[in-house]
Design a binder for this molecule. Structure first.
Ligand code: THU
Length: 130
């Protein structure tokens, strides 16, 4: 069960999403192994393809602050359905957080959890570059 306090923070960030084209608001909370929480929401562009997902915003914030060890990421959308991360976010997550737990949430309190390796089987990772 997600901690109440964290859940509220993810709802708050989700509600701040810049999603005027899709009206699909997403919030993400990325927790480091030492318990810090980096929040992100999706940011859409009038040039639609430049849009960035909530998960990558949270990940890039954390990486750019020097964080390197991640425990879990929570994801919450505004439509009462689970919001699994898109392919691009799965790739970035496996690159920078290969053991991360991905926890999908809904406002009504449903939860579903995966390992990133389940969500991206046979992943291309840095090992293949050697
Ligand atoms: N989106 C996310 O932020 N995370 C996801 O996991 C899926 C999609 C965003 C991108 C876009 O702003 C909107 O949701 C609709 O695709």
């Amino acid at each position: 069960m997600v901690d109440r306090n964290i859940f509220r923070k993810i709802q708050d960030i989700r509600n701040k999403a810049l999603a005027k084209y899709s009206h699909f608001n997403v919030g993400a909370g990325l927790e480091t192994t030492d318990g810090k929480l980096y929040l992100g929401h999706n940011i859409e562009s009038s040039s639609y393809g430049l849009t960035i997902c909530a998960e990558r915003v949270a990940l890039f914030k954390a990486l750019s602050e020097g964080e390197r060890d991640f425990r879990r990421i929570y994801i919450l959308a505004n439509n009462e359905e689970f919001c699994p991360p898109c392919g691009a976010c799965r790739q970035l997550l496996i690159d920078y957080a290969p053991n991360i737990e991905v926890i999908l949430l809904t406002d009504s309190g449903a939860e579903k959890s995966y390992r990133i390796s389940e969500l991206l089987p046979e992943a291309f990772t840095e090992k293949r570059l050697k």
